[in-house]
Design a binder for this molecule. Structure first.
Ligand code: GUN
Length: 287
């Protein structure tokens, strides 16, 4: 079997077109959607991500605030900045780029973000709402994965899904979203025993390790006809690569995402969607 390609470029373009239209409609009613990004330090990957988020927002007619802070910015200063953004009526979404420098308590910062402006879907409130099937703002990367599956009409009901990642950004929210769609979900991590056997039994594999030295999804870990979603990104000899041995696994899977051009563009598209959703909820509350 040769897998069909799940194109994040195609699906993100469709999502962004809808977001652009929604942003225009909001503007016609006097509301200018606005996303504030906060970057602490100058990690190259995080800088690239934030630049892309800023650029995409501008392309879709979403206003931006761009806070770039020195790596030694203090925790209490960051809390104050987030509170300032929480109280700014013109800001609808707040994105604090992760990871934060080690002297800052990530949970405390995320927990300061107003749930109404939590366009990353990472606050404890949003996480609890997701667990209850009631979330309005859901984490962007897992939402992007669900959007890809939906676009290509890949039904997950009854599937055995194996996720290789247990973070609050990806693995845990994705497990909840897949469960909501009636998949049977196994969440794996660095201490999982018999990972290859679990993967070989999976109908759907979602891997988000991002370190090819530690983990590569090889063809012999994939069942014939499995759906393979690659969320990992790492650099090998200067080239962007995912977790998956793409050329080999493509010969076994039924569907597969490439890297680049798979899940990556979806994360940003879903962030833009969340920003417009937050703006439209705020508009409803202000009426
Ligand atoms: N770092 C890597 N991915 C993300 C993301 O989706 N949101 C935030 N805030 N930081 C990240």
């Amino acid at each position: 079997m040769v897998a069909k390609i799940i194109s994040g470029l195609e699906v993100s373009a469709a999502v962004k077109a809808r977001v652009k239209k929604a942003a225009e409609e909001l503007k016609e009613t006097g509301v200018q959607p606005c996303l504030a990004t906060v970057l602490v330090g100058n990690d190259p990957a995080s800088t690239t991500y934030v630049n892309s988020k800023q650029k995409t927002a501008s392309e879709l007619g979403i206003a931006t605030r761009d806070h770039r802070l020195a790596a030694n910015f203090k925790q209490h200063e960051l809390v104050e900045l987030v509170q300032l953004l929480n109280n700014d009526q013109h800001v609808h979404g707040i994105l604090v780029q992760l990871p934060l420098p080690s002297h800052i308590n990530e949970f405390d910062i995320i927990n300061t973000i107003s749930p109404f402006k939590d366009v990353d879907g990472l606050t404890p409130y949003s996480a609890g709402m997701l667990q209850n099937g009631m979330a309005v703002l859901k984490p962007c990367t897992p939402s992007g994965v669900m959007e890809l599956l939906d676009y290509y009409k890949i039904g997950v009901s009854g599937m055995d899904a194996v996720i290789v990642n247990r973070s609050n950004l990806v693995g845990i929210p994705l497990a909840l979203m897949l469960l909501e769609k009636n998949a049977t979900v196994t969440v794996c991590h660095s201490r999982t025993k018999g990972l290859a056997d679990k993967l070989r039994a999976a109908d759907l594999i979602i891997t988000a390790v991002g370190n090819r030295q530690r983990f590569t999804l090889a063809a012999d870990m994939v069942k014939d006809g499995a759906v393979v979603i690659d969320v990992g990104t790492s650099r090998q000899n200067g080239k962007l690569t995912g977790d998956v041995d793409f050329e080999a696994v493509k010969q076994k899977a039924s569907w597969i995402t490439p890297v680049p051009g798979g899940v990556g563009p979806m994360t940003i598209a879903m962030l833009m969607k969340n920003t417009v959703t937050a703006a439209s909820v705020a508009k409803g509350m202000n009426q």
